[in-house]
Every structure is written in structure tokens, then in C-alpha cells.
Design a protein. Structure first.
Length: 140
């Protein structure tokens, strides 16, 4: 699945400076409410809110091959956590130096821990209404 990415440098800076932050062993997560979310929702073909994600991988992590590998691992971890997330936010994920020894399951676990600390995970009721408005006792 293709993700909508953060393309403007000022949005990265704003998310780093004003957003809520979680720092873990392998990565840091920055989250900020996206004020353009309503406009983007109207332009989206499915008319749904969505998150814009940015990956900030520095040269401290390693060379180009290592940085590309880290981006793939981060995307895989985010892909696993994404269905549980609230929408309408800017999310920037910045890996730390020890990430090269991590697997995508470690990253997935750390992302879910970080998003729960940042109060980004949807409650079960919200997730149910997102999948479809079914009445109680109605067959799927």
C-alpha cells in the first residue's frame, strides 16, 4: 500500500518542535495534529482522513545501503501498526543508531508501544465504526 508522505521541510520542523515525542531503544516518534487534514480528506478519492508519514534517517545510522534497509524495516513496522492508529496526524519516525540490529517485529513492537504512550491507538469501538457501521446482532 502506498503511503502519503510529508514532502515539505517546514512540516518536518514543525512536527519535531511542536509535536509530542516518544523515544525508545531503536527509534523516536513525533506526532502532531495535521491542520490540513480536512482539506486533504475532501481531495482523497475515498473521502477519509489519513496520516501523513515521514522518515528521517540520518547518516549516523550508516551508509546508503544501511539507511535504505532501515527505511524498509520502518515502513514494514508502520504497516503492521497502521490499522490501529487514529487518523489526521503528521507522524515523523526517526531511527536511532542501534536500529541496524533490529528486526521488523522489534520495530513493530516499539512503534505500538510508542503510539500507545502518545495516545494514538484507537479504542475498539472506534475501530469497529471505522470498518463499517454494523448494528448489534447484525451479520457481517
Amino acid at each position: 500500500m502506498k503511503y502519503t508522505t510529508i514532502k515539505e521541510h517546514h512540516l518536518y520542523n514543525k512536527t519535531f518542535q511542536k509535536g509530542k515525542r516518544y523515544s525508545g531503544r531503536y527509534l523516536s516518534v513525533f506526532v502532531l495534529r495535521d491542520w490540513a487534514a480536512k482539506r486533504l480528506m475532501k481531495e482523497h478519492p475515498e473521502k477519509r482522513y489519513y496520516n501523513r508519514i515521514g522518515l528521517s534517517v540520518t547518516k549516523k545510522v550508516g551508509g546508503a545501503v544501511q539507511r535504505s534497509r532501515v527505511k524498509r524495516i520502518l515502513r514494514a513496522g508502520y504497516r503492521a501498526v497502521e490499522p490501529e492508529l487514529k487518523t489526521g496526524f503528521l507522524i515523523v519516525i526517526s531511527p536511532r543508531e542501534g536500529i541496524l540490529s533490529a528486526k521488523s517485529t522489534d520495530i513493530e513492537r516499539e512503534l505500538s508501544r510508542g503510539f500507545s504512550k502518545l495516545e494514538m491507538l484507537r479504542r475498539k469501538e472506534e475501530a469497529r465504526t471505522e470498518q463499517g457501521d454494523r448494528k448489534e446482532g447484525e451479520a457481517p
